[in-house]
Design a protein around this ligand. Structure first.
Ligand code: NDP
Length: 451
């Protein structure tokens, strides 16, 4: 087939939309990747003729199941659970589990698709997957959460395995939920194996897994700033979210001499002009994780701060911004506002927090902008290291792991430069990450033939 006969990008996207009706998040994620890959594939006949992108954009399988559980009042509750196994060309499926009422098949398909490229970028042998449920953990008792996790795993266990698919945490799923799910897996299968990551240190977990996504995002940001001869010392940072990724990103910014001005949750954001230092970050961690509180209560503990209900923090002037809450939380107008206020760099801690309009705004302004698949890969990278430690039945020391995380983030940065350097000092990190991730998966798929 001649190169000129290949379908063009609009025709390809029409097909994706037609085959995935009512799945806007998935279509958006494919579009963002396809924009760069079509350009890259222009003169690469084999990728076209073997329909590689078309195949990556069709999950290997989507498992959907019923999750029944009993609440504390004895009511029977019914939720829907999923596991999307997107692609295992370079290793077992790997990706988190999300419990949030906004979870749909579309959201999990977009996350599993993104995860495929992200995992390839880490340089570790991991395919892409994602799972979750529309279960809302907010307001539930610990016993209700335990019963839900057990019921979820009672179905999920038959689809996963240490060399098949290794889930981890995500929104609404932290160490406690991983513990409940691992306990149930072990009980059903009588098999103590590294089937989940993000485990407790006493039962196969890895040091620095909890910190890895947030820390890694800031390491990536520091790498980007270094290309312009700058660092984080003295820089102001606006961060969204107040969960695992946001609080650890804030912690690393502070350690590297920056000043964090905001954090948020789904109720709004807090702005602390004095800076959110380590003591305040510890308060937020404990408040959100252990007390399950709301970010608005921060202003009672620290009256110098203000709370802005129902708003996102992108209007607060800053040098760097880190969206670390959820998808599509930073829109085109937010991106324009950030740039107008002098923001120099954006590193995504969350997955696809910037909508397509926002991505185009950042690219057109040629600021330092890292997509989540590059900048938030530190978490899954340390999960990959947890898998290695489990296979070897050993634990690496904290310093060794910290160094490996730094090296992996620097390696991802280097891969982005290889394919994203546009000359004149501008690096298109979106393009660099998309092409570097795609190429690794695509070349493995070519080796396997038509499967
Ligand atoms: P957590 O559950 O620990 O925290 C999520 C935070 O985001 C909370 O502050 C939550 O607020 C807020 N949030 C969630 N949904 C919404 C929404 N619809 N609107 C506004 N705020 C919202 O999750 P993580 O920190 O683990 O994950 C955050 C992001 O990072 C996600 O996109 C996740 O996929 C991504 N990520 C996480 C990794 C990890 O290792 N944990 C790895 C790579 C990516 P509230 O308390 O009000 O719900």
């Amino acid at each position: 087939m001649a190169v000129s006969d290949h379908v063009d990008l609009p025709t390809f996207m029409e097909g994706v939309k037609k085959r995935n009706p009512y799945q806007p998040e998935f279509v958006q994620a494919v579009q963002e990747v396809a924009e760069d890959i079509f350009e890259f594939m222009q003169d690469k006949e084999e990728y076209h003729s073997q329909q590689i992108l078309r195949r990556i954009a069709e999950p290997d399988r989507v498992v959907s199941f019923r999750v029944c559980w009993e609440d504390d009042k004895g009511n029977i509750r019914v939720q829907r659970g999923w596991r999307v196994q997107n692609n295992n060309a370079i290793g077992p499926y790997k990706g988190g589990i999300r419990f949030h009422p906004s979870v749909t098949e579309s959201v999990l398909k977009f996350l599993a698709f993104e995860q495929t490229f992200k995992n390839a970028l880490t340089g570790l042998p991991m395919g892409g997957g994602k799972g979750g449920s529309n279960f809302n953990p907010k307001g539930k008792s610990v016993r209700e959460i335990m019963r839900f996790c057990q019921s979820f795993m009672t179905e999920l266990y038959r689809h996963i395995g240490a060399d098949i698919d290794v889930p981890a945490g995500d929104i609404g799923v932290g160490g406690r939920e991983i513990g409940f799910m691992f306990g149930q897996y072990k009980r059903i299968t009588n098999n103590f194996t590294g089937v989940l990551t993000g485990k407790g240190l006493e039962w196969g977990g890895s040091l620095i897994r909890t910190e890895a996504t947030g820390y890694g995002a800031v390491y990536f940001l520091a790498n980007m700033l270094a290309t312009r001869g700058e660092d984080l010392a003295g820089k102001t940072a606006v961060i969204s979210g107040s969960g695992n990724v946001a609080t650890h990103a804030a912690e690393k910014i502070v350690q590297l001499g920056g000043k964090v001005l905001t954090l948020s949750d789904s109720g709004g954001y807090i702005h602390d002009p004095d800076g959110i230092d380590q003591e305040k970050i510890d308060w937020v961690k404990s408040h959100k994780t252990h007390r399950r509180g709301r970010i608005e209560e921060y202003v009672e503990a620290y009256p110098g701060a203000s709370f802005h209900a129902g708003k996102t923090p992108w209007g607060v002037p800053c040098d760097v911004a880190l969206p670390c809450a959820t998808q599509n939380e930073l829109l085109g107008d937010d991106a324009r506002l950030l740039i107008a206020n002098g923001c120099k760099a954006v590193a995504e801690g969350a997955n696809m927090p910037t909508d397509l309009d926002g991505v185009h705004v950042f690219k057109a302004a040629k600021i330092l902008y890292a997509p989540g698949k590059a900048s938030n890969a530190g978490g899954v990278a340390v999960s990959g290291l947890e898998m290695s430690q489990n296979s070897e039945r050993r634990s690496w020391k904290e310093e060794e792991l910290q160094q490996m995380l730094k090296d992996i983030m620097a390696g991802i940065h280097k891969s982005c430069l290889a394919y994203g350097d546009q000359g004149g000092g501008y690096i298109d990190y979106v393009k660099g990450a998309n092409i570097a991730g795609f190429k690794k998966v695509a070349d493995a798929m070519l080796a396997f033939g038509v499967v």
